[in-house]
Write a protein that binds this ligand. Structure first.
Ligand code: MG
Length: 393
C-alpha cells in the first residue's frame, strides 16, 4: 500500500477572552491536521503540533519537506517511514518543528494501519485498557479570573465528578532567568510567587473538601531554587504533582529538584524524541514522563519513550492540549501501555476539540472516557466544523 499524497490544513479558533499559561498568551489556538492518502484508497488523519510557532511553518514542512521523502513508501512500514524522515532531516532536524511535523504523518500512518487491519490503534499496539480515567486540565490565567474565580472553576470540575484537576502557575516577573519577559503580553496576568502560593492554597482547600487531587503546572519558567522553594510549599498543601517546573535545558536542576521533593515532578511535554527523554528518564529528572504523540515524534516514538520509562519503573502520562485528533491519538497511545494512568482532558473552551468529530469524545456516566472501537483512530471528521475554522484556503 503506497503513500500517494501528504497534505496539511490549518484550523484556528479565536478566543473571546485570551487564556494564558506561564509563558504563552493565547488569543487563538491552532491545529495542523495532516492527511496521508494511499493507492488503496485508505486515508489516515493525524495532527502535528505547532505550539509556540506559526502553524503555516509546520504545514510547509509537512507538505514541502517530508511529503517528498515519504511518497512512494509502503504506508504499513511505519518504522521505515519514520527512520527515513528522521535520517533525511538529521542535519537540521532531530527535534523542533521537524519532529512535530513527522509526528502528524506518523499518527496518520497508524490510522491507516488500523483501518487496513480492521482494529483500533490501541489494540494494534497491544491493548492494555478499554477506558481511561480523565483529569480536568485547565485553571489557565485570564484577565478576568481572580483567585476566587479560579477556586470556583476547580470546584466545578470536582462537582462534575473529576477526581483530579490541574492549574497553572508561574507568570512571575520577579523570578530570575524566567523567559516570561520575552513572551507576548508578558505584563498581563502577572502574579508574585506569594500570590501563586495563595492561588494554589485556595484550590488545594477545595480539592481536600472533595477528597480530590490538585496538580500544578509551571510551564518551564522557574529556576532551580525557586522550584525547590515552591515545591516544598506545594507538597505541604498536598499537591499531587508539580509539572514542568524548570527550563527544558536545566536537566541538572530537575535532577536536584526531584531529589529535594517528596512530591512527583512531571514533565517534560516540551521535550521531544527518545534520545532527549532518555536523559530525563535515566537521570531520574522526572517521576512522571509526559510525551505527546503529536509533538514528541508520533505514536512510534512515544511507545519507545513509554517503554524506556517502564524500564525505570516510571509512569508515562501523555500531554494532551490540542484538537480532537491530538486527544484521540494520545488516548490510543495511553490505552496501549501498561505504565500509563490518568488522561489529560483540556477543559478550556475549544470547539476544535468538542465539535471536530461526528461522535465527540466525552466523559461517560461512569467517569471514564471509553476508547473508540472502530478501526484506526476510530473517528470521523466533521466537514462543517472544518469549513468554519479552516484558515489556510
Ligand atoms: Mg503541561
Amino acid at each position: 500500500m503506497k503513500i500517494t499524497d501528504v497534505s496539511a490544513m490549518i484550523l484556528r479558533y479565536e478566543y473571546d477572552e485570551s487564556i494564558a499559561d506561564a509563558q504563552n498568551y493565547f488569543s487563538a489556538r491552532n491545529a495542523v491536521i495532516v492527511t496521508v492518502k494511499t493507492d488503496e484508497g485508505i486515508e489516515g488523519i493525524g495532527e502535528a503540533a505547532s505550539f509556540g510557532g506559526p502553524p503555516e511553518s509546520t504545514k510547509f514542512i509537512v507538505e514541502n519537506e517530508l511529503a517528498p521523502i515519504v511518497i512512494g513508501e509502503d504506508a504499513t512500514n511505519i518504522e521505515r517511514v519514520w527512520k527515513k524522515m528522521f535520517d533525511r532531516t538529521r542535519q537540521h532536524g532531530r527535534g523542533g518543528i521537524i519532529i512535530s511535523a513527522m509526528s502528524g504523518i506518523d499518527v496518520a500512518l497508524w490510522d491507516i494501519l488500523g483501518k487496513k487491519a480492521g482494529l483500533p490503534v490501541y489494540k494494534l499496539l497491544g491493548g492494555y485498557t478499554d477506558k481511561l480515567l480523565p483529569y480536568a486540565s485547565s485553571g489557565f490565567f485570564s484577565q478576568s479570573k481572580d483567585t476566587k474565580a479560579l477556586a470556583n472553576e476547580v470546584e466545578s470540575y470536582y462537582e462534575q465528578g473529576f477526581k483530579y484537576a490541574k492549574i497553572k502557575v508561574g507568570r512571575n516577573p520577579e523570578v530570575f532567568l524566567s523567559p516570561l519577559p520575552n513572551m507576548i503580553e508578558a505584563n498581563k496576568c502577572n502574579y508574585s510567587l506569594e500570590e501563586d502560593l495563595e492561588r494554589v492554597e485556595a484550590c488545594s482547600k477545595v480539592a481536600h473538601r472533595y477528597g480530590a487531587k490538585l496538580m500544578v503546572d509551571a510551564n518551564n519558567t522557574w529556576n532551580t531554587y525557586t522550584a525547590i522553594q515552591m515545591g516544598r510549599e506545594f507538597q505541604k498543601m498536598g499537591v499531587f504533582w508539580l509539572e514542568e517546573p524548570l527550563h527544558l535545558d536545566n536537566i541538572d536542576g530537575s535532577v536536584e529538584l526531584a531529589a529535594a521533593l517528596d512530591m512527583p515532578v512531571a514533565g517534560y511535554e516540551s521535550e521531544v524524541g527518545l534520545f532527549n527523554f532518555r536523559e530525563y528518564i535515566r537521570r531520574h529528572a522526572v517521576d512522571i514522563v509526559q510525551p505527546d504523540v503529536i509533538w514528541s515524534g508520533g505514536i512510534t516514538e512515544c511507545i519507545k519513550i513509554a517503554n524506556l520509562a517502564a524500564a525505570f519503573n516510571l509512569p508515562c502520562l501523555p500531554h494532551v492540549f490540542s484538537s480532537a485528533f491530538c486527544l484521540v491519538a494520545n488516548m490510543h497511545f495511553l490505552a496501549s501501555i501498561n505504565n500509563g494512568g490518568i488522561l489529560e482532558l483540556d477543559r478550556n473552551v475549544y470547539p476544535l476539540r468538542d465539535e471536530l468529530l461526528e461522535e465527540p469524545i466525552t466523559v461517560a456516566a461512569d467517569g471514564y472516557v471509553h476508547m473508540p472501537q472502530r478501526p484506526g483512530l476510530g473517528i470521523r471528521l466533521r466537514e462543517d466544523t472544518v469549513a468554519k475554522y479552516r484558515v489556510d484556503v
